[in-house]
Write a protein that binds this ligand. Structure first.
Ligand SMILES: Cc1ncc(COP(=O)(O)OP(=O)(O)O)c(N)n1
Ligand SMILES: Cc1nc(C(=O)O)sc1CCOP(=O)(O)O
Length: 551
């Protein structure tokens, strides 16, 4: 059992790195600026290239600054330096440093001891030992601040979430901080993305985001605000619904849904913001149809998958679609860059994991995208969503394998939405959409949709355009929205849900209207008719024909 010791708030954990200071910036000045406004809650001194004597000298001076602002301090790796300092100074060690049992024995029960964990096995071992005070989970992203980190080591939010899942097996919760590549752009999405069934990150640890900044108090304040907002959103949600639910609520979705859809479509058609630009990285088989469908639905398609222009386009896009239909290495790199840029700009991201169950290559691509990008809506047929969720009752036979039948489609979409913290759209004879709290079943559509290639991909574009419209709508109407860095929570999700539903209904109803036309003789004549009917879709037609219900 551990004895009495300081209680540490791990919300914003600054790890020092003198080699990353801007040219001419004094280390002590930077440390003081980082701490002065009270945003940094704990500091770790990390020195890699000096002897213990010099380390101790720096540590003593740093401790004075930490004490001045009442911020707890730990030493990285060097046990003798930690022991030479007062007992309130803790130690952080890694997996290849002194064994943790030995460190605890030497440090005694009252000194804080932190341990790095990089995988589930190490997390389970830390939990079993029950002698560390917290763990650092990383690297969440690639970083230049620590030598030797390779692409294969990167956890992504989902990998971090798996580690947090392993940590929750203790009777007493083991606090954890996320580390590696966290900054003002990545922090929010990562915090939410790392939440698992009943565990959540206690904070973030950063080096370069603060140390490399010429005015470190600025990123410190911004990062602290993100962590605080995350904790507020997550804590209140956890108290009300239990930690397993997603960190957003959507009580009013059911009320007047159809009126909201009509209102949104009216706004979209007449939008003063102009047609939203939908950056569509898709299969070459469906590219032309998707672009024409986007145009018909009052949006502008741009089919670029170039990594080099992702950041520029990210500033002007309304939403992005990542469709892995015919993905190659170039598009794979492009998706990572485009997904990241969209997250940074708070733009909706639709992931269409076409044929994900067909090969381990596709599985790897989807895993990589979901690790690096906070997805807003995951769309797939039964085989695709089953492959991602790990269900094995449906086998994928190819990229366009049938949707098959699921025993419990509602449970699949709800549980996946909770787990992945995004909207989930299951397509098939009937479509199911969930945000983790609500699920809706849509019964519109026509079987001719299944007889043309790329209709599912085009649906992803319509849904993306509809969610872009929802973002413009909330902005235009100054509806309360909470943007935490790249992640959208609370009221945004209501309208994103409404937007996604509007997209599904528009496409499906357009298919019914097209199929009813006397000039449509089969799948060939159906395609232009579908485009025309989508272009002519109105709120009134949706209100008249929509067949959906909450399930
Ligand atoms: C909070 C926190 N988490 C992880 C680390 C990494 O520690 P370690 O694995 O020992 O690597 P080095 O920092 O020694 O390079 C950390 N320092 N802090
Ligand atoms: C020190 C350290 N440890 C990591 C781990 O994964 O264990 S990642 C890391 C570097 C963190 O620096 P930055 O915030 O600049 O990315």
């Amino acid at each position: 059992m551990l004895g009495r010791k300081l209680v540490i708030d791990y919300s914003l954990y600054l790890v020092t790195g003198r080699e990353l200071l801007p040219p001419g910036k004094d280390y002590y000045e930077s440390l003081e600026e980082s701490l002065k406004d009270g945003h940094v809650t704990v500091v770790q001194l990390r020195e890699k290239n000096i002897d213990s004597g010099e380390f101790l000298e720096i540590a003593e001076k740093s401790l004075k600054i930490c004490d001045k602002y009442r911020v707890p301090m730990l030493i990285n790796d060097n046990l003798s330096v930690a022991l030479a300092l007062p007992e309130r100074v803790g130690l952080h060690i890694g997996q290849t440093d002194i064994p943790v049992q030995q460190a605890r024995k030497i440090l005694g029960p009252n000194r804080h001891l932190g341990l790095s964990v990089h995988n589930v096995e190490q997390a389970e071992a830390a939990v079993d030992l029950d002698i560390v005070d917290y763990v650092g989970v990383g690297p969440v992203y690639g970083t230049k601040s620590k030598a030797g980190i390779e692409e294969k080591d990167v956890l992504g939010p989902r990998g971090a979430s798996r580690i947090l899942q392993a940590l929750e097996k203790v009777p007493k919760r083991l606090p954890c901080v996320l580390i590696g590549g966290l900054n003002e752009k990545t922090a929010a999405g990562t915090l939410f993305g790392a939440v698992c069934d009943s565990n959540w990150p206690d904070g973030i640890a950063v080096i370069s985001a603060i140390v490399a900044h010429p005015t470190p108090s600025v990123p410190a304040a911004n990062l602290a605000k993100i962590v605080k907002s995350f904790k507020k959103a997550f804590d209140s949600h956890a108290k009300e619904f239990g930690a397993g639910e997603p960190p957003f609520t959507s009580y009013d979705i059911e009320k007047n849904t159809i009126n909201k859809i009509a209102e949104l479509l009216r706004f979209h058609r007449a939008s003063q913001y102009g047609p939203p630009l939908i950056q569509t990285l898709t299969s070459h088989v469906s590219s032309t149809l998707s672009a024409n469908i986007a145009l018909a639905f009052s949006s502008s398609p741009i089919m670029s998958h170039q990594e080099a222009e992702a950041e520029d386009l990210g500033k002007v896009t309304g939403a992005v679609v990542l469709n892995i239909g015919t993905i190659g290495d170039e598009a794979r790199r492009g998706m990572r860059a485009v997904g990241g840029a969209a997250n940074r700009g708070g733009k909706p991201v639709v992931l269409d994991p076409v044929g994900v169950g067909a090969s381990s290559f596709r599985k790897g691509v989807v895993e990589e995208i979901m690790n690096h990008t906070q997805i807003t809506l995951l769309k797939g047929n039964a085989a695709e969503l089953s492959a991602i969720s790990g269900l094995e009752d449906i086998q994928s036979r190819g990229v366009d394998s049938g949707s098959g039948t699921l025993k419990d489609p509602v449970n699949l979409v709800v549980s996946m939405a909770c787990k992945e913290k995004c909207l989930v759209l299951l397509t098939g004879k009937e479509d199911y959409l969930s945000n983790g709290q609500h699920a809706v079943k849509v019964s519109n559509g026509h079987e001719l949709l299944g007889r043309i290639t790329g209709s599912g991909c085009a649906l992803g574009v319509v849904v993306a355009a509809s969610m872009a419209a929802a973002c413009n709508f909330t902005k235009h109407n100054k509806l309360p929205t909470t943007h935490l860095g790249s992640f959208m929570v609370h009221s945004d999700t209501n309208w994103l849900f409404i937007g996604a539903l509007m997209g599904v209904l528009s496409m499906n109803i357009a298919s019914e209207l097209a199929a009813e036309r006397s000039d449509v003789k089969g799948s060939g004549t159906f395609i232009p008719a579908l485009i025309d009917e989508l272009a002519a879709m109105t709120p009134e037609k949706i209100v008249e024909r929509a067949k959906f219900g909450f399930v």
